[in-house]
Design a protein around this ligand. Structure first.
Ligand SMILES: Cc1cc2nc3c(=O)[nH]c(=O)nc-3n(C[C@H](O)[C@H](O)[C@H](O)COP(=O)(O)O)c2cc1C
Length: 203
């Protein structure tokens, strides 16, 4: 069911209660620590889902140029954001899966995050509340080389901020820290599987 190489895949046996999941993927590696943590998490979700997988390194989304077009228009002037904005509109769950790079997102994922400015403008300059009708759950999966939460805490703060402008309730962070030393991550993988069930227990 999980094809991390695909752009848009549908679960073969999806029921009518399927959830739409959007994955914003920040690692240049498909099967590095981030990919492995994500795969474990997805494998234990207690529902069927359609998945849109946005590999930020393949999509090459342009960074925000602060042209201010979105101050007076409902969309971004740059035309490379449509797949992402359609997927955000439809999603029930948004998963940001990323490694920490210099205490932040890797650059291609940060470009995607900055393009959320179009929703910030809709919310705060054009008084559209919420700028996206469908509410969602947002989850962060993050890996760091260091055996501490310095980078992950910063990324979590950034996620909370952009989730809030896309009508997404921050629902939890799943981590694999110390990947410089722990290449297997058994405890993190186990935790990801447990969280997959717990995070949706009230749905
Ligand atoms: C350019 C670069 C910057 C990084 N910066 C940090 C950092 O600031 N803090 C940290 O804990 N790990 C940092 N790391 C380590 C990665 O977060 C870690 O190796 C992670 O597990 C990589 O995930 P991946 O296997 O999915 O690519 C950095 C790695 C790279 C390549």
């Amino acid at each position: 069911m999980i094809y991390l190489y695909a752009n848009i895949v549908k679960s073969e046996f999806c029921s009518e209660q399927c959830k739409d999941i959007l994955i914003l993927y920040g690692s240049p590696k498909e099967y590095g620590t981030t990919g492995r943590l994500l795969k474990s998490f997805l494998g234990y979700l207690p529902f069927d889902f359609n998945m849109t997988f946005i590999n930020s390194y393949e999509k090459n989304i342009k960074p925000c140029t602060a042209c201010d077009y979105c101050h007076n228009h409902e969309k971004c002037k740059l035309d490379d954001f449509e797949l992402i904005s359609n997927s955000i509109n439809n999603a029930d769950v948004i998963i940001v899966a990323t490694p920490v790079y210099f205490l932040s997102f890797p650059a291609p994922l940060k470009a995607i995050v900055d393009r959320m400015q179009v929703y910030w403008s809709a919310r705060f300059l054009q008084n559209q509340y919420p700028p996206i009708k469908k509410s969602k759950k947002g989850i962060l999966l993050a890996c760091s080389g260091a055996d501490n939460y310095d980078g992950i805490n910063i990324i979590e703060k950034q996620c909370r901020q952009f989730f809030s402008v896309i009508n997404t309730k921050f629902s939890g962070t799943i981590t694999w820290t110390g990947t410089d030393f722990d290449k297997i991550g058994s405890d993190s993988i186990k935790h990801a599987k447990k969280m997959a069930v717990e995070l949706f227990s009230d749905d």
